[in-house]
Design a protein around this ligand. Structure first.
Ligand SMILES: [Ca+2]
Ligand SMILES: [Ca+2]
Ligand SMILES: [Ca+2]
Ligand SMILES: [Ca+2]
Length: 314
């Protein structure tokens, strides 16, 4: 998403609609492989960040080291591919792609292979979030007329709708124990809500809508983007709504936060340099470091949730 002060739901849609499908030029990069990167993933500092980039001509999903090193492209399709979400064991990645005509949820192995389509509906199915037990994927879909939160088994079966309102619900993110889901609601009792994982017991966490939530690994705080101060910034808040803190030190636009596995750092996208780049900061907003540096849009970073990769073979 560009750093624009409109609800990100609308931004997401216009981005998808405006996505121009083009031929994929060669990257001209060294032939490092996802398998090589995954083999190296033995410590938090050397594991991986998945992210979206337009550096190859259209949005694709890439991996890179947490220091920004050795980017490799996982998807290679002229359609829009974005919004990676790791499986809890770090072996697979869920994402959104328009490769079959409209946005649907897909999963692939973490080396980019074995792509499977999870949703098959003409409506927009976006923003996948893999459940902590590894069995399900939460996502937002407009298949019932406006955006609602759904969960589906990773194999595409057992679809359940968790919300049912005239408003738009989006950006589901699971609590680490899988018992709750945080989400946003706009165009009707706007705000940030937490519900039980079966859709029950929703309560309003914040009076304004957040975007692109990420629950901290210890379960105590939620990171998100918000426009409530007039620009897109990154915030964290306790799950009872207390201790709201803005981490962004710029009004240029920042969003898409995700926690490191230890919860000590946050990766995010920033437009402080004019186009989207991936940055990392400590969880208190200090110690900012830039991981990408080019003229193309980079966004939607997702930190690999485990620091070892014994399940992965190149
Ligand atoms: Ca693509
Ligand atoms: Ca669809
Ligand atoms: Ca709704
Ligand atoms: Ca860039």
């Amino acid at each position: 998403m560009k750093a624009v002060s409109v609800p990100v739901l609308i931004g997401s849609l216009s981005m998808l609609i405006s996505c121009v499908e083009r031929e994929q030029p060669e990257l001209g990069r060294a032939p490092s492989t996802a398998g090589t990167l995954l083999e190296a993933g033995l410590a938090e500092d050397t594991v991986l960040i998945a992210f979206s980039s337009e550096r190859g001509g259209n949005s694709e999903i890439y991996l890179m080291g947490v220091d920004g090193s050795s980017p490799v492209r996982l998807t290679d399709n002229p359609a829009y591919d974005a919004w990676p979400s790791w499986s809890p064991d770090g072996s697979q990645i869920a994402f959104t792609s328009s490769r079959n005509g409209n946005p649907d949820i897909y999963v692939m192995d973490a080396d980019g292979g074995n792509v499977r389509q999870v949703t098959r509906h003409s409506a927009r199915d976006i923003w996948p979030e893999w459940s902590p037990d590894g069995r399900r994927i939460a996502f937002a879909s407009r298949r019932d007329g406006n955006f609602e939160i759904y969960v589906v088994d990773v194999d595409g079966t057992n679809l359940q709708r968790l919300t049912n309102t005239a408003a738009h619900e989006d950006f589901p993110a699971w609590s680490p124990d899988g018992s709750q889901i945080v989400f946003s609601r706009v165009e009707g009792d706007d705000g940030t809500y937490i519900m039980n994982a079966d859709g029950g017991g929703p309560y309003k966490l914040l009076d304004f809508e957040g975007f692109e939530f990420a629950w901290s690994p210890d379960g105590e705080r939620i990171a998100f983007g918000s426009d409530h101060e007039g620009f897109r910034g990154i915030y964290t808040v306790n799950i009872d709504g207390s201790d709201l803190r803005r981490l962004s030190s710029t009004t240029a636009g920042e969003n898409c936060p995700d926690w490191s596995p230890s919860g000590t750092r946050i990766v995010f996208a920033s437009w402080r340099d004019g186009d989207g780049e991936i940055y990392v900061m400590d969880a208190d907003g200090t110690n900012l470091r830039k991981l990408t540096d080019n003229e193309f849009e980079e966004e939607f970073p997702a930190w690999r949730p485990v620091a070892t990769s014994t399940e992965i073979t190149p």
